[in-house]
Design a protein around this ligand. Structure first.
Ligand code: HEC
Ligand code: HEC
Ligand code: HEC
Length: 434
């Protein structure tokens, strides 16, 4: 009896100890996730910023694509409210204009810096990494101050962002503190003194404001970038952002020149067009000084493995063999596509890239090829450049799969894509706007 009592008491003591430990753990976690609010300020007058700072900030805002995510309708730039589809639900971007109630009008420069580097809002709440602070954290303070100057001198727009719609329990923002412990790595981008100033500038821009890895690096299940696979190819809005490392599948190795052309015009005659989410990136880069884009290109080319190899291999065009293997695809191509892409089509006379140069057909996944056919291609730069209609309403998943199988067999020397109809169906679902 005494023995039994002792055991119960012993167990109770254990239980109590465990409970206390659990409680302490929860308190520590909450304390760690807690951030103070930064006091609101009276909106700073425009004359508190120099015009050089504002001009510099305008360029930096383009390099960081702020307006791409923070503008829902072009008439109210940077007023936020744009829905962003993520695997975890829909997020809405915030109002970045200096409106005191709904925007960042009452944010100090320190509050703005903290949001960009630590992903914490002025009020102390954690922000979702849809704001790419995994990259913005590397931006130098002087540049953040210029961005702040630019934003605080815009026209204020009174507009509150709609509430996010996230799957349970991700609406609980303190969880983001744990996410940041694992995936947010502070610190400046290391400079390499053995490389040119241009390359180092490119490294700073690509790893920081340009956040190219935000789309081109694969993510783990928790949505963090996989650091051992930087630039190995990722997913963006249902498109695939192809590898920008040695695994880049382009038929012709990228040179710095070709990249500059692509990043500033949306098309490279030796490669292909910038479609899907890459379009707005190009639209932004078309508006920054060329030297910045040259620097970005110098850095990216070095990631891809340097200079192009000796004589380029001949481009495949196995029309007959492909038509025998994919007769339905061949018929569809002749009817719906050859008017633009076939040999002798007027479009091809303007120095347009052959489909055998298109990266999307050579990629390991058919994702972006399917999206290009479903959604079409918008000219990214001020209505100039390539345009292709979307076929989402005109063709079924089965038909698009047939034509993609045919194109892969005809224009590349790569193995067939497998389970194409399922991949097209998935692309159709994930590419739908929220
Ligand atoms: C890929 C899309 C994307 C890009 C690019 C982007 N943002 Fe955001 N940003 C968001 C989203 C989404 C939120 C809201 C996050 C949340 O609700 O936690 C946000 C929130 C913010 C906030 C917090 C505002 C508040 O009221 O708490 C600031 C500040 C901000 N962004 C600044 C910028 C700046 C400056 C740039 C350009 C250098 C930029 N963002 C580029 C998506 C983006
Ligand atoms: C919002 C997501 C996103 C961001 C940010 C982004 N990209 Fe892309 N990128 C894509 C997608 C998607 C494609 C595929 C486009 C297509 O299929 O036409 C692409 C294609 C490319 C290509 C063509 C590769 C090839 O072989 O065809 C290059 C080069 C490129 N991106 C460079 C960059 C650079 C440099 C940056 C940063 C300044 C960047 N991207 C930022 C999504 C993104
Ligand atoms: C009205 C003309 C037009 C038609 C019709 C057309 N395309 Fe295109 N397509 C384009 C243009 C423009 C581009 C961008 C590259 C260029 O300018 O050559 C393009 C690019 C592509 C690409 C490369 C995409 C990328 O991101 O690099 C693929 C794949 C493609 N088209 C497939 C098709 C298929 C399949 C069809 C028929 C179902 C089709 N196209 C019909 C005009 C057209």
């Amino acid at each position: 009896m005494v023995f039994l009592l002792k055991r119960v008491r012993g167990n109770a003591r254990w239980l109590l100890a465990l409970l206390l430990l659990g409680l302490a753990g929860a308190l520590i976690a909450l304390a760690l996730s807690w951030r103070p609010a930064i006091a609101p300020i009276a909106p700073p007058p425009a004359r508190s910023f120099t015009s050089e700072q504002v001009a510099r900030g305008a360029v930096l805002a383009k390099l960081g694509d702020c307006a791409v995510c923070h503008t829902r309708d072009a008439g109210r730039p940077l007023a936020g409210g744009r829905p962003l589809a993520t695997p975890f639900g829909t997020l809405y971007s915030d109002n970045l204009t200096p409106d005191p109630e709904t925007g960042i009008g009452r944010w100090s420069a320190a509050a703005f810096r903290r949001a960009m580097k630590d992903g914490v809002s002025r009020t102390g709440t954690h922000l979702y990494p849809a704001l790419p602070y995994e990259h913005f954290t590397h931006v130098r303070d002087a540049d953040l101050d210029a961005l702040y100057a630019f934003l605080m001198t815009r026209r204020p727009v009174h507009e509150a962002a709609p509430a996010n719609r996230l799957i349970f329990p991700l609406g609980f923002r303190p969880l983001l503190a744990g996410w940041k412990l694992l995936f947010l790595h502070h610190g400046e981008t290391p400079m390499d003194p053995a490389r040119s100033a241009e390359w180092n500038r490119g490294a700073y821009l690509v790893e920081g404001l340009g956040h190219c890895g935000g789309c081109h690096t694969p993510r783990n299940l928790a949505g963090g970038e996989i650091r051992s696979q930087v630039y190995a190819g990722g997913i963006a809005e249902g498109w695939r952002a192809p590898p920008l490392n040695a695994a880049n599948p382009a038929a012709r190795r990228w040179t710095q020149e070709a990249l500059v052309t692509y990043l500033r015009t949306g098309i490279s005659p030796d490669h292909s067009a910038a479609a899907g989410p890459m379009g707005p990136v190009v639209e932004s880069l078309a508006q920054v000084p060329e030297g910045e884009v040259r620097a970005i290109a110098a850095y990216i080319v070095s990631k891809m493995g340097g200079a192009p190899s000796a004589p380029a291999a001949p481009l495949p065009d196995n029309a007959d063999a492909a038509a025998r293997r994919f007769p339905d695809g061949a018929v569809l191509f002749a009817g719906a596509c050859a008017g633009c892409h076939g040999p002798g089509a007027p479009m091809m006379g303007q120095g347009r890239p052959l489909l055998s140069l298109a990266t999307v057909l050579r990629d390991t996944e058919p994702t972006s090829a399917a999206q290009a056919v479903l959604q079409g291609i918008e000219p990214p730069v001020a209505g100039r450049g390539p345009k292709m209609p979307g076929f989402a309403d005109a063709l079924t998943d089965q038909q698009i799969a047939a034509v993609l199988g045919y194109l892969r067999a005809r224009y590349t020397d790569r193995p067939d894509w497998r389970k194409l109809p399922a991949a097209v169906a998935k692309a159709r679902k994930e590419g739908a706007q929220p």
